[in-house]
Design a protein around this ligand. Structure first.
Ligand code: ZN
Ligand code: ZN
Length: 258
């Protein structure tokens, strides 16, 4: 069995095909997926997916790219996370690629999420782009290691991976690792310890080879696992078992299907 540790099934392209997307998951042996919140305004739809389907789980948080939206404080996140299907806080983090002025509100929001994760004991889903130094600095300052979590859709250098691993974090690879031009990232994927590895689609974005350019979906996380097996020269079953065990160890509030 495989687990997609990060997808956006509430986004319109996938929500419109919910039954079909869940059927492809089942057909590909993807037994669990974590539906990620990016805005409080959309959180009810993310939670509804998790409430209606036993194989789906939810996170609660506000993505660093969303500038004008409902801004959470710690108490609000803690209250929203107090639900048996909410197993993580995020996605949160810093993104200076889309917000080139590196605004202070991103860092304040990130600190809020880390504090909520520590208070709830539910791990963090961290997004970082063009902001690795500040991301690691804030993780250290706010003691993110006490909550734990994952660096999702990892695209940074080995040094950044090592910094996150040192804090006890997991590293999740998306379809980007299957792209031919992702040479440096493939090298990082070879080096992450097996017991810290996760796989994800970040669907509907970033469809892996051989589906590159299409609308991505959780069933295709299998191709990410296949690429990791190839890069690391490990059997596919080893990658499948390790990433599944790692998911349920990290997101300990999610139940493994029988
Ligand atoms: Zn992200
Ligand atoms: Zn995402």
């Amino acid at each position: 069995m495989y687990v997609d540790s990060h997808c956006h099934l509430d986004f319109p392209d996938l929500a419109a095909r919910e039954d079909e997307v869940l059927a492809t998951m089942a057909a590909n042996d993807v037994g669990t997926a974590l539906c990620i919140s990016v805005k409080l305004e959309d959180f009810p739809r993310v939670l509804s997916l998790a409430e209606r389907h036993p194989q789906l789980w939810a996170s609660v948080g506000v993505h660093p790219d969303n500038a004008d939206c409902d801004e959470p404080d710690v108490a609000r996140l803690v209250a929203l996370a107090d639900h048996p299907k909410v197993v993580a806080i995020g996605e949160t983090g810093l993104d200076y690629y889309w917000q080139k002025d590196a605004p202070e509100w991103q860092r304040a929001r990130f600190r809020t999420h880390i504090r909520a994760a520590r208070e709830t004991g539910k791990p963090l889903i961290i997004h970082t782009r063009s902001a690795a130094d500040d991301t690691l600095r804030l993780m250290r300052e706010e003691k993110a290691g006490e909550a734990g979590g994952v660096m999702h859709c990892f695209t940074e250098s080995w040094d950044v991976a090592a910094g996150a691993l040192e804090l006890g974090f997991y590293i999740s690879f998306s379809g980007i690792v299957t792209f031919r031009n992702a040479k440096d990232l493939k090298e990082v994927a070879r080096r992450v310890p097996l017991d810290r590895l996760l796989i994800e689609t970040d669907s509907p974005y970033l469809a892996p080879v051989p589906h590159r350019g299409k609308t991505n979906e959780p069933g295709w996380v299998v191709h990410v696992a296949e690429e990791l097996a190839r890069l690391r020269d490990e059997p596919l079953e080893t990658i499948a078992a390790a990433t599944t065990d790692n998911f349920f160890r990290l997101f300990s509030h999610a139940q493994r299907p029988a």
